[in-house]
Design a protein around this ligand. Structure first.
Ligand SMILES: [Zn+2]
Length: 481
């Protein structure tokens, strides 16, 4: 089957960041996502290199969701010559301005700190590992600032879920709920009209089939081509692990010892999931009166977004919110919206829970909270999800006994506990199930946004169970459709 279009992968081909895919039809050129590369300094250096494509000739950019690896470079597009419209869901639109402004602020702060030699740094040390000097920071990048964010926001046209909109000659778009974070959507792109109409479906990041908080991903009925993510393509959730019970144990221990619980988490996704689970513990009387502090304005916006757009919540929670309920609230929940408040809670919290970024424990307020309390026995650090090899959290999980904060070495007396089952991504079983709902097999499946072993594992399972063949493109590879 050919549909006279092509795909080219300018990021996230064989990796999990930098999503950026070009769809070319006979009459239009559309970019799907324009995300940042994240990880090592070398990965981050790639962000300053514009993709090898002519932004002036693009008709539209589609943004699947407000995670930085999907939208982080969007504010560079107008400077690169882009003159079209940017399409995203209404909920993503509301988050995007905040994500881009906070990214610009962070770039400014890093630029100042690195050029003045005052950049904060930290590392965990394994037993026997000698403390080292400050790491060599690469020069800070300034990819965009407030004016570019403003120009970008002026280009955005938001579209509610399930509503069709024409975005280019003979090309229309429908966003479908992806169940991943507030506002996240798959992009169903139709090319042509009438009987000749073909559908290219970009999954975006898909959420798990069963989430306590969010609605499951939309079940697609038909697509000629599917571009699917594979972040967790080789992982399978342990059905025996119950995050609620593990959290209940941690909370009971903290309440008994009046301990401070520090939970590094991502602002969009993980934070909302944890707040909801803690609200459920509270309703079961298992929070023992502990205060919970959400130390991230972005996480708070994510919570507010779910009240404004309950269609992203599970059917049960959606009904509760529509009836005026507040399932993500309890009296002990506090929002921390300024650095001053964030610094103050370190001294206040004895027998309390702090949710703070970053989830990778490489920057952000969580490092300040750790610096304040990691040398105390009455501190518990809760780890979850993927952690980069060799990073702070990775070493803590493997028995690091000291930590360095800006040159000062302290003993780690805090305990660390891992909680499984909090991923906002579909696992391998979820992805296979998502494909099993197609009324007819898609003509073409392309697997991106995953490391090669994850892509291969998913490809193998799709072939063996559903007889679906798939392609795993290399960076910049062009796939004719
Ligand atoms: Zn995502």
């Amino acid at each position: 089957m050919t549909i006279g279009a092509s795909l080219q992968f300018h990021g996230a081909a064989g990796e999990v960041t930098g999503s950026c895919t070009l769809l070319t039809t006979p009459k239009a050129r559309i970019l799907v996502d324009f995300g940042m590369f994240q990880g090592t300094p070398a990965d981050e250096a790639r962000n300053a290199i514009p993709p090898q494509l002519d932004f002036g000739s693009l008709d539209a950019i589609i943004v699947t969701h407000a995670h930085i690896d999907h939208c982080g470079r969007l504010a560079m597009a107008t400077d690169l010559g882009f003159k079209g419209k940017i399409y995203c869901t209404t909920a993503t639109h509301e988050l995007l301005g905040r994500v881009m402004r906070s990214s610009a602020r962070l770039q400014r702060a890093r630029f100042y700190e690195r050029s003045s030699g005052t950049a904060p740094w930290s590392r965990a040390l394994m037993p026997g590992e000698a403390p080292g000097p400050a790491p060599e920071f690469p020069p800070a990048q300034r990819l965009f600032d407030a004016p570019e964010v403003r120009d970008t926001m002026d280009c955005i046209e938001s579209v509610p879920l399930d509503r069709e909109v024409k975005i280019a000659p003979l090309v229309s778009l429908v966003f479908r709920n992806a169940g991943h974070i507030p506002g996240a959507a798959s992009a169903e792109v139709s090319i042509g009209v009438g009987a000749a109409r073909k559908i290219v479906l970009f999954s975006g990041d898909l959420g798990p089939e069963r989430s306590a908080l969010l609605a499951p991903p939309h079940r697609p009925a038909r697509a000629d081509v599917v571009v699917v993510e594979s972040t967790n393509g080789e992982r399978r959730r342990d059905p025996g692990s119950d995050p609620d019970e593990k959290l209940a144990e941690i909370v009971a221990d903290a309440a008994r010892r009046k301990a401070k619980v520090i939970v590094p988490c991502f602002a969009l996704g993980r934070a909302q999931l944890l707040v909801h689970r803690l609200a459920r513990l509270n309703s079961r009387g298992l929070l023992h009166g502990l205060n919970v502090y959400v130390d991230s304005p972005m996480a708070v916006h994510g919570i507010e977004s779910l009240y404004r757009h309950p269609e992203y919540l599970s059917p049960e929670l959606c009904e509760t919110v529509r009836a005026g309920g507040a399932p993500l609230w309890f009296p002990e929940l506090h929002y921390i919206l300024s650095k001053r408040e964030s610094m103050a809670i370190d001294r206040m919290v004895h027998g309390g829970i702090i949710l703070a970024g970053s989830g990778f424990m490489d920057a952000g307020p969580v490092m300040r909270h750790l610096e304040e309390s990691i040398d105390r026995e009455d501190c518990i650090v809760v780890l979850s999800g993927y952690q980069p090899d060799g990073g702070f959290a990775w070493k803590m999980q493997r028995g690091a006994d000291r930590a360095q904060f800006n040159g000062k070495t302290v003993k780690i007396r805090a305990s660390s506990v891992r909680v499984e089952g909090l991923s906002g991504h579909a696992d391998q079983d979820d992805l296979v199930k998502w494909f099993s709902t197609f009324g007819e097999k898609p003509g073409r499946v392309v697997i991106n946004h995953g490391i090669d072993t994850a892509r291969a594992a998913l490809a193998g399972r799709l072939l063996s169970e559903l007889s679906i063949e798939s392609t795993m493109p290399k960076p910049l590879e062009i796939i004719e459709l």
